[in-house]
Design a protein around this ligand. Sequence first.
Ligand SMILES: [Zn+2]
Ligand SMILES: [Zn+2]
Length: 336
Amino acid sequence: MTETMRAAVLRGVRDMVVERRPVPEPGPREVLVRVTAVGTCGSDTHYYEEGRIGPFVVRDPLVLGHEAAGVVAAAGSEVSRHAVGQRVAIEPGVPCFVCAQCRAGRYNLCPDMRFFATPPVDGAFCEYVAVHEEFAYAVPDSVSDEAAALCEPLSVGVWACRKGRVGPGTRVLITGAGPIGLVAVQTARAFGASEVVVTDVNPRRLELAAELGATSTVDVREGAPDGEPEVLLECSGVARAAVDGIRSVGRAGRVVLVGMGGDELPLPLSHVQNNEIELTGTFRYANTWPTAIALAASGAVDLDRLVTHRFGLDEVEQALTAAARDENAVKSVVVP
Ligand SMILES: [Zn+2]
Ligand SMILES: [Zn+2]
């Protein structure tokens, strides 16, 4: 095997170069994965354009990309889960396993999480990554490389539906038909939701939402959704959408804030109090990959439909800015 690989490295704001770097050495319980597809995410674009996300600041050169899939190319001495040649979807964060949050099963809240493409941990816009064997999940051949990579955003949708306790017959409102809204629609239907209303301001995305299972769609420039959802999955990050959505949720409803936008929200407090509305944020996900892979493998969720653009490792900058140039872009994938 070669000793070096190509990696797209962010050196500073809007400054990315492809460099040769050593192929990572897998630890005893790690597998070395040859990366076959990496989805680009709003957070990657944010790091590229601003050099930071809140408290996470890019101080040293960083490889972005956390939505990855690949093929096991080598295994550490104690690996028992995977053989060389196994196709895998990668869960990009490995927690400490021993803190109070990890022990409570909430490993997404582990303060010592090491997460791809979050400084100082490198991500997957490169040819090889080393991953803990328990965070590489075998995928069947019916799931494409790109769909395996997009099990990461799908996990966000699965987590949102779990937090909102979406189940058979639930009436759901989803605000925002970007990649996360579009996986949330499909997951909500797969979980049995009888009604999934989706709002956005982009007609092409609303069309796609309808094709992927939304029972109705509303362009909020033209009107407001009617009805009284039991669950709001806020996936737009737009304050107005969140506030209007919260107001529309009925008694004992649940509000799940997934989208990231501004940091403050004017909360319609009497509506929340008088109706005993539960409101929660979400931070990444925990224990979602088996469900995500099953949904993709069964066809209940179509991830390939989300891919609108493909780029090579030399074109990561174009991949990260595709959404800004083309309003019909949904998901850009990098194929190293
Ligand atoms: Zn992502
Ligand atoms: Zn922990």
